[in-house]
Each structure stands twice: as structure tokens, then as C-alpha cells.
Design a binder for this molecule. Sequence first.
Ligand SMILES: Nc1ncnc2c1ncn2[C@@H]1O[C@H](COP(=O)(O)OP(=O)(O)O)[C@@H](O)[C@H]1O
Ligand SMILES: [Mg+2]
Length: 235
Amino acid sequence: MTRKAVISVQDVTKDLKLGPHTIHVLRGVSFDVHEGEMVSIVGPSGSGKSTLLGIVGGLDTATSGKLIIDDVDVTRMSEGKLTEIRNSKIGFIFQFFNLIPTLTALENVALPIEFSRNRQFRPRKRAKELLELLGLGDRLGHLPTQLSGGQQQRVAIARALANNPAFLLADEPTGNLDSESSENVLRALQSIRRTANTTIVLVTHDAELADRGDRVLTLVDGEIVDEKINTVPAL
Ligand SMILES: Nc1ncnc2c1ncn2[C@@H]1O[C@H](COP(=O)(O)OP(=O)(O)O)[C@@H](O)[C@H]1O
Ligand SMILES: [Mg+2]
């Protein structure tokens, strides 16, 4: 059985110019991600993980190479079109949650639905359902400061899922959490994958966490140096 590649990264490089110097942050990275798959990208700090995820998610652009999302070459797409794809197809989760401090959990999750052109969801109803799904049904009216780190990250996951994205891109989502909260966040991601068939790319420097993916890519100095396939991923 061959599954469809929904993300295809082809020989992507990223150079950064710092004064007279050029830093080769990514040195020709290629990989595919298949529909419904959870791929982990692991590697030491500074290896280029965040840069790579930013390019995959259209937050950053490659210096050379190609990025194909759902059979569409987005490499040289206009900023406006790219933003549209990002908003409709991709949910992001970051290490520091990035919730809006003056808004409640419910309002944080409802916000991207209110901003979306897509009218398929009623913002507050959808936000409530997602927060309930993530075990936060009794925290709807709480502000981020009234929640633990793990709860804040689950709010951030609900927000990332708000417009029902095909892809969830997570950059060190448990980097700021204790092991029990990390486990809850991981379980939440795995449960989303099972129920909504969301394709997940998880970036982490934690090898144990990375091993929960179907496939683990190791990035060192801007190059993929290893690929491990987990035939029986730990669920
Ligand atoms: N804005 C920047 N200015 C200078 N160097 C940067 C910048 N962003 C990233 N880099 C460099 O790119 C490399 C990869 O960074 P990053 O993608 O953040 O790695 P990781 O997420 O694996 O820690 C690092 O060596 C870093 O020094
Ligand atoms: Mg990083």
C-alpha cells in the first residue's frame, strides 16, 4: 500500500547572510510526509529544525529547492496565496504556547475561526467542542495565567485545530512542560491523528518523544543524517 505524499520537501536549502558571512542553515533537505502520518524531526539545538518547520509551514522561504503541499508547488507562490494556504490548511503549535493573555481559553480558540473566511464553524461552539475534546471543558472561562503549562498547551492545540487544518506543525511543543504534562500533550496529538486523520510534523530535541512518531528524521547541521521507521509506533 502506498500512501499519498501530502508534503514533499525537495532538496531545500536555507542560507542566512550575516554581514560578510553566509550560514548554511539547511543544506539540501528532502523528505515526504504521507497523509495521516506523524513524522518527528529530532536533532540538537541549532541543527535547523525550526527553520525547516517554518519553511514547511510557509512562515519562511527556502533559498533553493522545492516545497509541494497537496500536489501544489508553493515554492514561488505569492505571499497572499501562501497566507491563504497557511490559514486554511495548517495549524501551528509552539514551545511557548503564544496564547493571548487577555482572552479566555474559549476566546483564544474562537479567534482564528472568527478571522477565517471559511464560515463552516460557529466560533464559540467549535471552540467549546475542541476544548472539551482536549479535556478542558471545565476551563473555558479561564485566562492563560490561570492555567498550568500543560493546560495552556492544550488550549494552543485546540486553537491550532480551530479551522480543521489538514496539517499540524509542532515546534518543541513539550519543551516547556514537565513529563506528565508532556505525556498529556502527546496523547492529545495522537488522539487527534486517530480521529481526524491530521498529518503531524513534530519537531523536538527529545529523542524519546520523537520516537512516538511513525517515522523519525534526524537533522544534524542542516542535513538529514538518519531516518528511522517505527513499524509499531508507541501509542
Ligand atoms: N535570525 C537568525 N540570525 C542568525 N542565525 C540564525 C537565525 N535563525 C537561525 N539561525 C541559525 O540557524 C541555525 C538553525 O537554527 P534553528 O532552525 O533555530 O535550529 P533548531 O530549531 O534546530 O535549534 C542555528 O545555527 C542558528 O544559529
Ligand atoms: Mg528550534
